[in-house]
Design a protein around this ligand. Sequence first.
Ligand code: ATP
Ligand code: MG
Length: 281
Amino acid sequence: MILRLNGVSVRRSGRTILGPIDWSVGPDERWVVIGPNGSGKTTLAQVASTYLWPTTGTVEVLGETIGHVDARELRRRIGYAGAGLEAAIDPALSALDVVVTARHAALGPWWHTFTDEDHGRAHQLLAEIGAAGLADRPFGLLSTGERRRVQIARALMPDPDLLILDEPGSSLDLGARETLVRDLAGLADRPRPAAIVLVTHHLEEIPRGFRHALVMGDGRSIEAGAIGDTLTGRALSAAFGMPIDVAVRAGRFTARLSAGPEPANDEVHERPSRSARTSGR
Ligand SMILES: Nc1ncnc2c1ncn2[C@@H]1O[C@H](COP(=O)(O)OP(=O)(O)OP(=O)(O)O)[C@@H](O)[C@H]1O
Ligand SMILES: [Mg+2]
């Protein structure tokens, strides 16, 4: 098992913000975590990536129980990207340094030394995620979408066994989002990382190859398991407290507020336009 949470809860300021929750992620599994604002997704991602200790319960990551091992060693095997980490990155660091420093699970070059191979790998990861041209630019001056890419390259730098991405698609424009979804689908197909957890708000951002889902509501798991059984209108309606319809088309999910019976002219949007048809596309 890559990740196993048993009776995990997190309390802050006298309030339970996560759990109690049980959740397991096995090898070769790619999970989507979805739920409303404040439902505990980021807290869960931080617990899973060993950056946050739970108030109750046990967390096993990569065969080790948190609290019984040196978390710094474990963190080298976990790739993590999220808004909290982004805020902690020195804005003056170059994009390349942001990536390469993940080699030692560090936030700055400090006393670490890096080999040509490390730098080569960082360049390659930036190129793979479409950010080759950003290597020398200061992280703090990058656009939101560019910072997202650099963070993903950083998360992949240690060739992690477990990759956790907390909302990598937030604030991306349409093209950047679609490119990200494509790249994550490609990553999902590879043997490594052994397991991937993707926190997202949008069902449209679920890449192919992600076959498990955890639906959260109010710090708890509402549904967890195979994506087809889990990402249902029923589960999302329960999580969001409103009637939601889910549709799957060509392997991509969409969700929207239940509108009752479909309007008869809705299919107009589906049909290619007259000019598209006559031009043979
Ligand atoms: N240190 C803290 N002290 C008190 N409350 C906290 C703390 N950290 C988080 N919370 C609260 O815990 C709840 C869960 O937060 P979390 O960030 O995990 O939600 P989320 O599902 O990631 O939300 P979003 O979709 O907005 O990112 C929120 O209500 C948040 O305000
Ligand atoms: Mg969050």
